[in-house]
Design a protein around this ligand. Structure first.
Ligand SMILES: [Zn+2]
Length: 81
């Protein structure tokens, strides 16, 4: 069974700046969850992962501003923040 993200961050306008996903692991993952995970990891001193396999366990997203956005880009954005 797939996890679908129901959080309000799906509608965060910040994520409209993200590029559309070109189809890797991050394709259907929730960029909001990816961003939050990255912020958490960063606060714990965990270095950024270089590939989107880090997103594999995140819930998917099918609605809101994050739809079809690149979750890995959101992850990387959090590390630049
Ligand atoms: Zn989410």
């Amino acid at each position: 069974m797939k996890h679908i993200c129901k959080k309000n961050h799906r509608y965060n306008p910040m994520f409209t700046i993200l590029p559309d996903n070109q189809g890797q692991t991050g394709r259907h993952k929730c960029p909001g969850c990816a961003f939050e995970m990255a912020m958490l990891n960063k606060s714990q001193g965990i270095p950024a992962c270089n590939d989107d396999s880090v997103l594999a366990e995140l819930p998917e997203s099918q609605a809101g501003t994050v739809r079809h956005k690149d979750a890995f880009a959101a992850y990387q954005l959090a590390y630049k923040y």
